[in-house]
Design a protein around this ligand. Structure first.
Ligand code: SF4
Length: 340
């Protein structure tokens, strides 16, 4: 072995989520003398990497680990993939295998750019039903053109040796043998590394939330091509109602949501509010006529402080022009049937 080879540290690209598992995976590599750089993935549905990282402060984690962080954002291309994921969806609208392939792709690009030797992830065998079983891990790896290049330090002893292990860049005997959904192994490791207050494991990204998934499914079934990022942001707030194949209504539930909904309203949207009573800001998106506007006005009043069985005014704004219509609060059970 030449002097150069002796001195060159192995280098890994970590898919970092800010959650505990990828944090530990990085620490295991640093402990073995591997140089690590991180890639963090944002999608319209998930702040970072896979579910457990959503909302965690990935930048703080990277700083604490003393590693460089590169953030990659998937916007429209993610929504295009979601419309028809090659490997389908999980229990909700979570296209985990295709999603992980995109994440691996981003890590691969960075590996090639930086001349790194391999990729590491915090994946734990059998922790997540769709994307963390042997078959799924192999598919994701093969289809990303990364066969043998992805090391999962936490579960490595349950998986075939990777190139990094075979060539001696990392010591397999020092890797983990964690599998399954229990967090015991990770918590013991967190203690070993002195990780303070390890973040709790969350259930997954927004796409694994059943109620949110229903909204996503409804949207995907009703947009011609792909939804816009604005459509997705709107899914995250308010009550949603499907009024027709071409129109939906979003009704704010509190002051914060009212502000967000008003800010997300686009020129072609209709914004409605009770004129004389406290109530929600509502956005009607899609085709509408006067009959539909009256129906929507009755929903707007139903969620306001307007008295039942008495006509009240609703302000209707389209393209900056405001008019008023009279309506009475609609019947709750009928309105509930429109709920997504
Ligand atoms: S839970 Fe699935 S869809 Fe969501 S970020 Fe993780 S891999 Fe992607």
């Amino acid at each position: 072995m030449s002097q150069d080879n002796v001195e060159k540290k192995p280098k890994a690209i970590a898919l970092l989520s800010g959650g505990l598992d990828s944090n530990l995976a990085v620490r295991m590599m640093l402990e073995q003398g591997v140089d690590v750089e991180a890639v963090a993935i944002k999608t319209p549905f998930c702040d970072f990497d896979c579910g457990k990282g959503c909302g965690h402060k990935v930048k703080e984690v990277a700083d604490e680990l003393g590693i460089k962080l590169n953030t990659v954002y998937f916007g429209e291309e993610y929504l295009r993939m979601m419309k028809n994921p090659k490997h389908g969806y999980g229990s909700g609208m979570n296209p985990c295998i295709d999603c992980r392939e995109m994440m691996y792709g981003a890590a691969k690009k960075h590996m090639e750019k930086t001349g790194a030797d391999f990729i590491i992830t915090g994946e734990v065998l059998f922790q997540r039903p769709m994307s963390q079983n042997n078959r799924a891990l192999n598919i994701i790896e093969d289809e990303s053109g990364l066969a043998g290049k992805v090391l999962r330090p936490l579960s490595a002893k349950h998986l075939p040796p990777t190139e990094a292990e075979k060539t001696g860049l990392v010591k397999r005997e020092n890797l983990g043998d964690i599998k399954g959904r229990s967090r015991k192994g990770q918590l013991a490791m967190a203690k070993h590394f002195g990780v303070q207050e390890p973040p709790n494991a969350a259930g997954g990204c927004l796409l694994t939330d059943p109620a949110f998934s229903k909204r996503v499914e409804d949207l995907m079934n009703h947009v011609k091509d792909i939804p816009s990022i604005n459509d997705i942001e709107l899914l995250k707030v308010g009550r949603h109602f499907r009024l027709s194949p071409n129109a939906k209504l979003v009704v704010g539930r509190n002051k914060d949501e009212n502000e967000i909904i008003a800010a997300l309203a686009e020129d072609a949207d209709v914004v409605l509010e009770a004129k004389d009573y406290v109530g929600p800001v509502c956005v009607l998106r899609g085709k509408h006529d006067s009959e539909l506007l009256h129906k929507v006005a009755s929903i707007v009043l139903r969620y306001s402080d307007a008295p039942k069985d008495v006509a009240s005014k609703v302000k209707v704004t389209v393209n900056g022009v405001t008019s008023e219509i009279d309506s009475v609060p609609g019947d709750s059970s009928e309105i509930e049937q429109l709920r997504i």
